[in-house]
Design a protein around this ligand. Structure first.
Ligand code: NAD
Length: 482
């Protein structure tokens, strides 16, 4: 284990407040479990409302100077943070593997570089951003909203942190971060990294703890000006309710059940394997994972065969091994949820193409689920409607394009979407009919500047790039300015 990981574990009892590590005051200890083997990795001390008050006071005190700091200073800070993420990429990847089971190759290739990319995107936005524009004699001024409370989940822990912290700092906000209590070690490493990058005291603060204690206090806190939460629908709703009396801005990135429409002219041999792997990326624990593959009924048998073949190529196992493509589910509660939903699919009468419930004799210590594909699924089934957040793909047949679009939109969610087709005009037209915050045509490269967020119950507001940055700004009109 590298020194930086050992240092993060040694900080399990601390909060980072006002530029210094201080002991958290709670009595409760929250275990951090390695999902690959059930080993206790660390115990964090759950923070309290008192810890949060101290962090908010530090952020509030630091706000006026940081809000007024020259753009060049904030750019320099973000550039140092970016450089340190790249410099510490390997221990960051290893700690993610340890705390939530990301396969090490995936942590190296996606979790860490994409986390760095959010910082880079914030740098690029800030460099060119016009904080003051004119409309006739009226000035439109953008100002940082104030103290931002940031609540993040366990599934892409570091990535979700930088997607919030980088634009908040770029905007001139000061922040209090509460990472997931299930994967707090990468957050502790990140806090040290921000410290080492030379962030002024109070600009960045971290308090560990549970959602029901620290998270709920953040939502209600009178001195926090906005909350950005990524997590479950349940937590997003509770935060909005808790925030309402103080009329703070709430940005929510919540769940999804994203469609992947395969048009009849799609290159099936290419897009079915890519679609399966996109659904199972990060062990299916991605809010925008395309977990509903919507396919022409006439091609169902071909799609099933290609999906089965793809799943057979997946190597499930120890996430520290470079040969592993799919590690364990990140935590016990999520593992149970995935097993429950696989059982539901079987009970609902969906056709099990491959996978299924875990055999107890396999991987007994780790939370390994079988990558599972159901076919002949109808849109009314629970496995087609509920977010499973694990390696479970459902294949739903359609008879014509209008029906494919109707199935794609037959959900309370609206986060991600995919369309595959050779005729780009048709693929575009279907993409424009899908009611989600992002649609990907033919598996393009990831774009750190593309706004990300949800329609309907997938959330409010957008993250990434310029749109994510503007969530942290207020708008002031000064009439008679010119
Ligand atoms: P979760 O809602 O349990 O926890 C997310 C965060 O919210 C954690 O930090 C948690 O402590 C906090 N929290 C929980 N209850 C809270 C409360 N009452 N008040 C304030 N904070 C509270 O979710 P999770 O299990 O960590 O993450 C998985 C979920 O997140 C999935 O449903 C997934 O779809 C969603 N997710 C969404 C996105 C997105 O961008 N839309 C990204 C990743 C994950």
């Amino acid at each position: 284990m590298t020194g930086l990981i050992a240092q993060a574990i040694a900080r399990s009892g601390d909060a980072y407040i006002g530029g210094a590590w201080v002991p958290a005051s709670g009595a409760e200890r929250l275990p951090v479990i390695n999902p690959a083997n059930g080993a206790l990795v660390a115990e964090i001390v759950a923070g309290t409302s008192g810890d949060l008050d101290r962090a908010v006071a530090a952020a509030r005190a630091a706000f006026p100077a940081f809000a007024a700091s020259p753009v060049a200073e904030r750019l320099a800070l973000l550039e140092r943070i970016h450089a340190l993420i790249l410099e510490r990429a390997e221990p960051l990847a290893q700690v993610l593997t340890l705390e939530m089971g990301a396969a090490i190759t995936h942590a190296r290739a996606a979790h860490v570089p994409f986390a760095a990319a959010h910082v880079q995107a914030a740098i690029e936005v800030l460099r060119d951003y016009a904080f003051l524009t004119m409309r006739g004699t009226t000035a439109i001024v953008r100002e940082p909203i104030g103290v931002a409370g940031l609540i993040t989940p366990w599934n892409w822990p570091l990535y979700q942190i930088t997607a919030k912290v980088a634009p908040a700092l770029a905007a001139g906000c000061t922040v209090v971060l509460k990472p997931s209590e299930l994967s707090p070690l990468s957050a502790l490493m990140f806090a040290q990294l921000v410290h080492d990058a030379g962030a002024p005291a109070g600009v960045f603060n971290l308090v560990n703890g549970t959602g029901s204690e620290v998270g709920a206090c953040m939502a209600a806190h009178p001195d926090i000006d906005m909350i950005s939460i990524t997590g479950s629908n349940r937590a997003g709703v509770l935060v909005a309710q808790g925030a309402a009396p103080t009329v703070k801005r709430v940005t929510q990135e919540l769940g999804g059940k994203s469609p992947n429409v395969l048009l009849p002219d799609a290159d099936f041999a290419r897009v079915v394997p890519l679609g399966v792997m996109a659904a199972f990326r990060n062990v299916g624990q991605s809010c925008s994972a395309p977990t509903r593959m919507i396919v022409p009924r006439a091609r169902l048998a071909q799609v099933e065969a290609l999906a089965r073949e793809t799943v057979e190529s997946i190597v499930v196992g120890d996430p520290t091994q470079e040969s592993t493509t799919l590690g364990p589910i990140a935590n016990q509660a999520q593992f149970q949820r995935v097993q429950t939903m696989i059982a539901v699919g079987i009970e609902e009468g969906a056709k099990l193409v491959c996978g299924g419930l875990r055999c107890p004799e396999q991987h007994t210590d780790g939370l390994y689920a079988h990558p599972t594909v159901f076919s002949e699924v109808s849109s009314a089934m629970r496995i087609a409607q509920e977010e499973i957040f694990g390696p479970v793909l459902v294949i739903i047949p359609y008879d014509d394009i209008d029906e494919a679009v109707a199935i794609a939109n037959d959900t309370v969610f609206g986060l991600g979407g995919h369309v595959q087709g050779t005729d780009l005009a048709q693929a575009r037209s279907v993409a424009l009919r899908i009611r989600t915050g992002q649609v990907h045509i033919n598996h393009p490269a990831w774009d750190a500047h593309a706004p990300f967020g949800g329609y309907r119950r997938s959330g409010n507001g957008r993250e990434y790039g310029a749109f994510g940055f503007e969530e942290y700004l207020e708008i002031k009109a000064v009439l008679g300015f010119a």
